[in-house]
Design a protein around this ligand. Structure first.
Ligand code: DQA
Length: 152
């Protein structure tokens, strides 16, 4: 039996990730957010899971999406919070509040960048962190979240 069957994943992209493809392409590449989301929906489908994607530049919308995940059958979350990673106690508290496993992903290697990017409010409570693998990191994050929730 495929353990991924009927697993529902939510992909959350935070601040400024709507600009993927245009924003600092030397760091974030030339693929757009729409292309990335489509690729991940397809990948999840191949793995017999389903994936819904959302992006917001508003912290409260991300918090509300995490809360809503609890009542909408979401089994696991993949999140790239963008700069909220380094600032948001509120997003951390939302994850602690709903107790849904999540994997944190960063496209760039934040540890090669400014020191303010080295601290994350989420990493110590995440079920995995993928850093610096480019957009491939989202695929790795998908495999990891499915691995975690399928063995719960
Ligand atoms: C990012 C890294 C963050 O430091 C930055 O604020 C982003 C993107 C990444 O995917 O590499 O917006 O999360």
């Amino acid at each position: 039996m495929n353990r991924n069957k009927n697993k529902n994943i939510l992909l959350v992209n935070g601040a400024n990730l709507n600009l993927l493809g245009m924003r600092e392409p030397e760091i974030y590449g030339s693929t757009t957010l729409a292309m990335l989301e489509e690729m991940l929906v397809d990948k999840a489908h191949q793995l017999e899971a389903t994936l819904k994607a959302m992006q917001s530049n508003r912290e409260y919308e991300i918090i509300e999406a995490i809360h809503a995940a609890k009542t909408t059958d979401i089994d696991g979350i993949i999140i790239n919070p963008g700069a909220f990673t380094h600032t948001s106690v509120a997003i951390r508290d939302a994850f602690l509040g709903v107790d849904i496993p999540f994997v944190e992903i960063h496209i760039s290697n934040v540890y090669q960048r400014e020191t303010f990017r080295h601290h994350s409010y989420l990493s110590d409570i995440a079920s995995g962190v993928v850093v610096g693998c480019g957009l491939y990191g989202y695929e790795l994050a998908l495999l990891q979240i499915l691995n975690i929730i399928s063995h719960k």
